[in-house]
Design a protein around this ligand. Structure first.
Ligand code: SF4
Length: 215
């Protein structure tokens, strides 16, 4: 995937974001490009907004873009995204039909030598960014939301939700949207205990995603 240069930014005061020019998803995406509602925009290369059909029945939410996503401008294109693609392919699900996004739209990291290591967004960064996820949900109005990882799940299902205990079970939002959560694919890649532990973590991840076959 081609690496994009950092796009020119509109002048937006710190702590704010431009108003979308209209109610469309494209306008929301354009506005998010220049968001400065939290400090994460500064060290990152660019906003990584969601991608997929704007009438998708399934909206998938991850945590935040990673290193590859930050450079390319596309969600779920790094190692975790590849694992997600593999799991979908095993289930016969075409990712092109899904809308895929993140709870937080800029990559948060710390530098270690040349590497940029993932850091989890804090509560205030998640709160600032929720505007964009809420905007995506309101415009796409999916029948089903899939949360990948605890941060996605808490942003959609509330702070009491526990992925460890409640993963792979159908939940329902107040408006009737069906939701389930599973682990983030990066947790499968990082599973401790060697190849067998990773194989089991992957098997459970695919089993959770298989709920999509209920649709
Ligand atoms: S992480 Fe979200 S709220 Fe913070 S600057 Fe980026 S788009 Fe805006």
């Amino acid at each position: 995937m081609a690496t994009r240069k950092r796009p020119a930014r509109r002048s937006v005061p710190e702590g704010s974001a431009p108003e979308p020019r209209d109610e469309s998803l494209d306008a929301l995406r354009d506005a998010a490009r220049d968001c400065k509602r939290c400090p994460l925009w500064k060290p990152a290369t660019q906003t990584v907004f969601g991608e997929g059909p704007d009438d998708a029945r399934v909206l998938v939410v991850g945590e935040q873009p990673g290193d590859r996503e930050d450079l390319s401008g596309h969600p779920f294109v790094g190692p975790a995204g590849k694992l997600f693609d593999r799991a979908l392919a095993e289930l016969g699900i075409d990712r092109a039909g899904l809308y895929v996004t993140n709870a937080v739209k800029h990559f948060k990291f710390e530098r270690r030598g040349k590497a940029r290591l993932h850091k989890s967004p804090n509560a205030s960064e998640q709160r600032a960014c929720r505007l964009w996820l809420e905007g995506e949900l309101a415009r796409i109005r999916p029948a089903v939301v899939v949360c990948l990882g605890a941060i996605a799940a808490r942003n959609v299902l509330g702070p009491a939700f526990r992925v460890t205990r409640q993963r792979g079970t159908w939940q329902e939002l107040a408006d009737g949207t069906r939701v389930f959560a599973t682990v983030h694919p990066s947790a499968v890649l990082r599973a401790r205990g060697g190849d067998e532990a990773r194989r089991l973590a992957y098997r459970d991840f695919v089993a959770d995603l298989a709920l999509l076959l209920d649709l």
